[in-house]
Design a binder for this molecule. Structure first.
Ligand SMILES: [Zn+2]
Length: 695
């Protein structure tokens, strides 16, 4: 993608006097920073009034970066329309579900379906690309910034006339004759048989009150609106500035946009990660999930972290259809945490990290969202920590560049299931899809294997195991794909509430193909009462957890086995002695079906045995399953491995590590220490990292 690891920060020189900019350049040189992202909120500077452009100031900055050997990612400025545009054309504002236009003065106050805003977008983006396409140090463009509707606001779903008419067009192009829509969606329920598309109005929160099929289409349409808007900008940049890279910064696993679709047409995916934002608890496995998903969102499995937390994050209010609140100012990262977060990203395949921000701003909004430098610009411990990191990355850049994450285990992430279960039927269950997804990921992660987090559209063949937790909504195409995968020798893990809905979000009543795959029919199910724990006992001869006991929460479904073998039974009230976990041999493969929400430790153990079954070896022997130690590996030149060991805790760790990888020699890359690959004791300081080159 680019010749070496990207080491950078977001930079907003326009917020500071020019002498601060020159001081910044010196400090950037000192720290060996090699890339900045600029300009993504500068429309009111780039075009102070309609049609009058002002690019000189940005030329001066980019030229100065060039002279200092710093590469640049230019952000297109569409995330914050300028005041003149909103004053002249207030119709670009999104309209909330109460019919009220967005208030101006925050950011993101536009609807991507507004034709006028799309025209203004085309103009500013093509001007910007034209103006800066010839700079060698401009490596590419970031489209917009964290695209989504609204900013802590109630207009997260726009109901402007353009959205409504485009939604109707989308439905008509998909369903054709209105009778087909009526029939497919079951609009007779509650007397909604439509005579024409003009009669259809988009569902409003709370969504569960509406027709399920219409609502899933509205959510698909909303997601696709952003995909189209990003593609609009990507096409302009590609035609005006060929050769420049195009990306947009995602927000982890933000639930409202299918990020796989959004990234389809980009040169690489990028994401923003603030591990301590909004919560005092930090789960490194969850951040791993974000990275393993982001890597698989791009066509070529390449990604960077476009914004990584560099200090405390500021407070932030939010309003959602479900309620409002405020995130507190975060706990300040402890010494070592910032560096550790960067290494975690690199371990999972990131080709660079840019911190947010370079220098903490004293003005405007986000005044306490800390950068590498404090408000006064005095280099302190975070600056020194990033300096240490960047120096180290220079030393090992060759290894990072040439190594790739390879995974034989996959986790299926279905945005459509997320929308059906967590958005439309939010609160119906004592568990969520995203919770099950994170838990299943963590069960794999704790087993010290690499994981690809893939969409339903991905090819499954290269994986020895695919875990598909609570796959609530599945099309016949997906069911067929899973059948073929297992039939050809794959191993599939399913958890409760799988295949409940078809692609129209109707209850799936044609489950013959599913029964064939799982070898069971569902006999009965129930939501378990709040805090209830249903005892589950494994069979004496179970190939998994024989004779052990565990419990299920939130949901219990029992099975009538046809070809499957039950390996665990429920022991809960009237559902006693009914099969709740089964194994089915289908074709050359295996399907494990789990009928309850299991605790983390049980799922982790089940996955441990399944990984053994499919011959995926963890990178270490004698795993202690410590959730604060991470092991993640990359493959270098097909034979060598690079193993990252990360201490995610603020206390030292003494680890006896016996590698499970054949090797003649091991080198710790940061210290240069070499040793034989027998059991070696490593002391990891708080938040410290070891990188072992295994050859
Ligand atoms: Zn709209």
């Amino acid at each position: 993608m680019v010749p070496s690891v990207l080491k950078g920060a977001a930079h907003y020189p326009e917020l500071w006097p020019v002498e601060v900019f020159h001081k910044d350049l010196e400090l950037m040189k000192e720290i060996k920073l090699n890339v900045v992202r600029v300009a993504e909120f500068t429309w009111s500077l780039l075009e102070p009034e309609e049609g009058r452009y002002s690019f000189d100031w940005l030329h001066e900055y980019i030229d100065a970066y060039r002279k200092h050997g710093i590469r640049v990612v230019i952000g297109t400025p569409t995330a914050a329309p300028p005041p003149w545009l909103v004053k002249k054309h207030p119709e670009i504002l999104p309209i909330d579900y109460n019919g009220v236009p967005a208030r101006y003065g925050v950011r993101r106050e536009y609807c991507p379906n507004n034709p006028l805003y799309r025209e203004f977008t085309k103009k500013i983006v093509s001007k910007l690309a034209e103006e800066f396409k010839d700079y060698d140090n401009v490596i590419g463009f970031q489209i917009d910034n964290e695209v989504h509707w609204g900013e802590g606001s109630s207009w997260r779903y726009c109901y402007c006339p353009h959205c409504i008419s485009k939604f109707r067009e989308y439905l008509e192009s998909k369903y054709g004759d209105i009778e087909n829509l009526n029939k497919t969606m079951g609009t007779l329920v509650w007397s909604h048989k439509y005579s024409s598309y003009d009669e259809i109005v988009p569902p409003k929160p709370p969504f569960d009150l509406y027709n399920r099929s219409l609502t899933i289409e509205w959510l698909r349409f909303r997601s696709q609106s952003w995909v189209d808007y990003v593609n609009l900008q990507a096409e302009i940049i590609r035609s005006v500035a060929p050769g420049k890279l195009v990306t947009t910064n995602l927000m982890g696993l933000y639930p409202e946009i299918d990020y796989y679709r959004l990234s389809e047409n980009l040169d690489f995916s990028s994401t923003d990660v603030y591990p301590k934002f909004g919560s005092d608890a930090y789960d490194p496995a969850y951040t791993g999930l974000v990275y393993d998903a982001t890597r698989n969102m791009s066509r070529n499995r390449r990604f960077v972290v476009m914004e990584l937390q560099a200090g405390a994050t500021d407070g932030y209010s939010y309003v959602t259809p479900e309620g409002s609140g405020v995130f507190k100012i975060s706990v300040t990262p402890e010494p070592g945490e910032i560096r550790k977060w960067a290494y975690q990203a690199i371990a999972h395949g990131a080709e660079g990290v840019l911190f947010w921000d370079w220098r903490t701003r004293p003005i405007g909004k986000e005044q306490f969202w800390y950068g590498i430098l404090d408000h006064d610009g005095v280099p302190r411990r975070r600056f020194r920590e990033v300096q240490k990191l960047f120096n180290e990355l220079d030393r090992i850049s060759d290894v990072i560049d040439k190594s790739r994450v390879e995974a034989s285990a996959a986790l299926l992430l279905s945005y459509e299931t997320l929308w059906a279960l967590d958005t439309i039927e939010k609160g119906y269950y004592n568990h969520t899809y995203t919770g099950e997804l994170a838990k299943t990921y963590k069960a794999l992660w704790l087993n010290r294997v690499n994981i690809d987090v893939i969409p339903p559209e991905a090819t499954f063949d290269s994986y020895k195991i695919v875990a598909a937790p609570s796959l609530y909504l599945a099309s016949q195409t997906l069911i067929e794909k899973l059948r073929e995968y297992v039939h050809n020798g794959g191993t599939l893990l399913l958890t409760p509430r799988s295949f409940v809905k078809d692609e129209y979000n109707r209850v799936n009543i044609n489950l013959d193909k599913v029964y064939e795959l799982t070898g069971v029919k569902i006999k009965e199910y129930t939501r378990l009462p709040e805090n209830a724990k249903a005892l589950i006992k494994f069979e004496e001869d179970s190939p998994i957890l024989a004779k052990e006991e565990t419990y299920g929460e939130a949901w219990l479904e029992t099975y009538e086995p046809e070809t499957a073998k039950p390996i665990a039974y429920a022991a809960w009230r009237w559902m006693r002695a009914e099969p709740v976990i089964t194994v089915n041999n289908y074709g050359k493969g295996t399907v494990v079906t789990i009928g309850s929400i299991l605790p983390q430790h049980t799922l982790t153990k089940i996955i441990k045995q399944l990984l053994q079954h499919v011959n995926i070896r963890p990178v270490i022997q004698e795993n202690t399953f410590d959730p604060n130690i991470e092991y993640y590996s990359k493959t270098l030149n097909t034979r060598k491995k690079v193993l990252f060991i990360i201490n995610h805790e603020g206390t030292p760790k003494q680890l006896k590590i016996k590698l499970a990888i054949d090797a003649a020699q091991v080198t710790e890359l940061l210290t240069g220490q070499t040793f034989k690959p027998v059991e070696v004791e490593h002391i990891l300081n708080p938040h410290d990292v070891k990188i072992l080159l295994i050859e």
